[in-house]
Ligand binder design. Structure first.
Ligand code: G3P
Length: 215
């Protein structure tokens, strides 16, 4: 499973890139608004230049024509831009049209197997099941990731499962073990992945022994 950062914060993205584990970035209108970036196009251009892998930017139009227009504009900002579209009939129609124009798409806000099937059949390059939000609603978000991986394998579908709304390290572990192609997570979740008390204790002991030897 590749690791993506779900963030519109350039400092976080630069830090994660420097850690050497980051394969791409996802954003959404909420994350961009949180950073107060009104110059969305410049922001996407900046991100596209900074990140060597896919950079996901979401459309905000409500109808397919508007989504296709925005999607083409976003795709023109960088060769690695992936256009995020909501899982609605309008979004799926736009997905098909953008896919036929060679623009990679990510169908987002996916909460069921049927939505994942529709996204794949509309030509989505990626599909984003929202794990944490399903959990919030009393469902099992990780089960949807398992089901989508199985569905796509079973039917030879090339669409990649991008597990999103991963809120804690256990979500990341389970999504990876389920076979998700990509997991996207906030910076704090990524930061937690390296932590283990035995690593800290072991390192402390190595350093203490080394200091003693050199004292
Ligand atoms: O990539 C989707 C993500 O931004 C949603 O996360 O935690 O708001 O459900 P969350």
């Amino acid at each position: 499973m590749l690791l993506f950062l779900d963030s519109a914060n350039l400092t976080e993205i630069r830090t994660a890139l420097a850690w050497g584990v980051l394969a791409g970035v996802t954003t959404n209108p909420t994350l961009v608004a949180r950073e107060g970036r009104r110059d969305f196009e410049n922001f996407v251009r900046e991100l596209s230049a900074l990140v060597p892998g896919p950079v996901n930017a979401e459309v905000t139009a409500g109808d397919a024509d508007g989504m296709v227009r925005q999607g083409r504009e976003l795709a023109a900002l960088g060769a690695n831009v992936v256009v995020k579209l909501p899982c609605t009939w309008e979004g799926l129609a736009a997905c098909r049209r953008l896919a036929e124009a060679g623009v990679p798409t990510n169908v987002t806000l996916v909460f069921s197997v049927n939505q994942g099937l529709l996204a794949a059949r509309a030509g989505a390059a990626y599909v984003s099941p929202f794990v944490g939000r399903l959990d919030d609603a009393g469902h099992d978000g990780l089960q949807l990731v398992r089901d989508l991986v199985r569905l796509y394998n079973q039917h030879g579908i090339a669409t990649k499962v991008l597990a999103a709304s991963l809120r804690h390290p256990r979500h990341v572990t389970e999504a990876a073990l389920a076979g998700a192609h990509i997991g996207t997570m906030p910076f704090d979740t990524l930061r937690q992945l390296v932590r283990h008390p035995l690593t800290d204790a072991g390192l402390e002991r190595f350093m203490a022994d080394w200091r003693q030897l050199n004292s």
